[in-house]
Write a protein that binds this ligand. Structure first.
Ligand code: COA
Length: 326
């Protein structure tokens, strides 16, 4: 499998750390020193599906395919305003797609989980041209009266078109039950048989535990996937890691003993956009010409569950259509 198209979209509203300090007991220096985040883009006037459509349209356009040629849509999404229908179903008609679709909740590792499934579909011949859309609105999970979680996240969408090719080598996915360290519960209707009322509980996170789990798990994933491919840290041109926290990325980099330049980041601008984050990074780097043809990339992500995913691929240049003047 290889990537032949990329796209991303972010909400217009940019929220700085200073703006948050205006209504939360926090400060720019606390947020930047603990996370590296300076700003995040938050949904205000747009909807998540509008962002997802924009990201998907530019991925399809850059792939050179017509929407009718896409034969599967996989949508990575933790939650949106609908429990049903799926986000994938919502996107089909506006994108001009006529294919099966489903949503996958792999938390922040959802893009890598989606890529793994797409790879299996392509290998078995179930589908040939797959659109993967990762669209997330974690800002809508947070309690905005609490400083612990709300400062960390941003909203966004990314999209990749994949097809047969010599890009991806292999995947390593893991899962483990740690539901207590990071969760978001929705309200449940009362029934005649179950009268326990479940109210929505905004995102609860044990930051220190998540930090430790993330560093430990990502280091293990990276070591194992390098070994599986007979590679060392030196052989990787760029590490595209889940954009959650600069200190988590630094811990992984220090373990590998690799230079900072190999770890591009954009979390400073966007915060943690959950499963959209690695796709946004790929799209931005690719469009800026910073992903060289033949470059070896390592992707690694972790998320609530606790789940992780990592993969290695050889990059093929994508020729983006010229931007039309407005
Ligand atoms: N502003 C100011 N103070 C804050 C704060 C904020 N936004 N959020 C928490 N604090 C306070 C806490 O109340 C606590 O105060 P106390 O020591 O008086 O009890 C203190 O800061 C916690 O500090 P510390 O434990 O040193 O923070 P940390 O170095 O662990 O950093 C996180 C906190 C959340 C940034 C860090 O643990 C983290 O990034 N964890 C991973 C989170 C993540 O990636 N989640 C997404 C997974 S996909």
């Amino acid at each position: 499998m290889k990537i032949i198209g990329t796209g991303s979209a972010l909400p217009e509203k940019v929220v700085t750390n200073e703006m948050l300090a205006g209504f939360l007991d926090t400060s720019d220096s606390w947020i930047t020193s603990r996370t590296g985040i300076h700003t995040r883009h938050l949904l205000s006037t747009e909807t998540l599906s509008e962002l997802a459509i924009t990201a998907a349209q530019s991925a399809i356009e850059s792939s050179g395919l017509q929407p009718e040629e896409i034969d599967y849509l996989i949508c990575s999404n933790v939650a949106n305003s609908y429990v049903s229908p799926s986000m994938g179903s919502i996107l089909l008609a506006p994108l001009g797609l006529c294919c099966p679709c489903f949503d996958l909740n792999g938390a922040c590792a959802g893009l890598i989980y989606s890529l793994d499934i797409a790879d299996a579909f392509i290998k078995t011949g179930k589908a040939k041209k797959i659109l993967i859309v990762a669209a997330e609105e974690p800002s809508r999970f947070c309690n905005w009266h609490e400083r612990e979680t709300s400062v960390l996240f941003g909203d966004g969408a990314s999209a990749l078109v994949v097809t047969e090719g010599e890009g991806f080598k292999n995947f390593r996915l893991t899962g483990d039950t740690h539901t207590d360290v990071l969760y978001y519960k929705r309200s449940l209707e009362v029934t005649p048989y179950d009268r326990v009322e479940e109210k929505t509980m905004p995102l609860v996170m044990n930051g220190r535990e998540v930090f430790k789990l993330a560093v430990r798990a990502c280091i293990k994933d990276v070591d194992i996937i390098l070994e599986k491919n007979g590679l060392t840290g030196e052989d990787i041109d760029l590490y595209l890691l889940h954009q959650a926290n600069l200190r988590i990325i630094d811990s992984i980099r220090e373990h590998l003993g690799q230079p900072k330049e190999k770890f591009p980041t954009n979390l400073q601008k966007y915060g943690n956009t959950s499963s959209a984050s690695i796709g946004i990074l790929i799209d931005e780097l690719s469009r800026a010409g910073e992903l060289k043809d033949g470059a070896t990339l390592l992707l690694s992500a972790f998320g609530g569950g606790f789940v992780t995913g990592a993969t290695i691929l050889k990059w093929s240049t994508i020729n983006y259509p010229e931007k039309k003047e407005e």
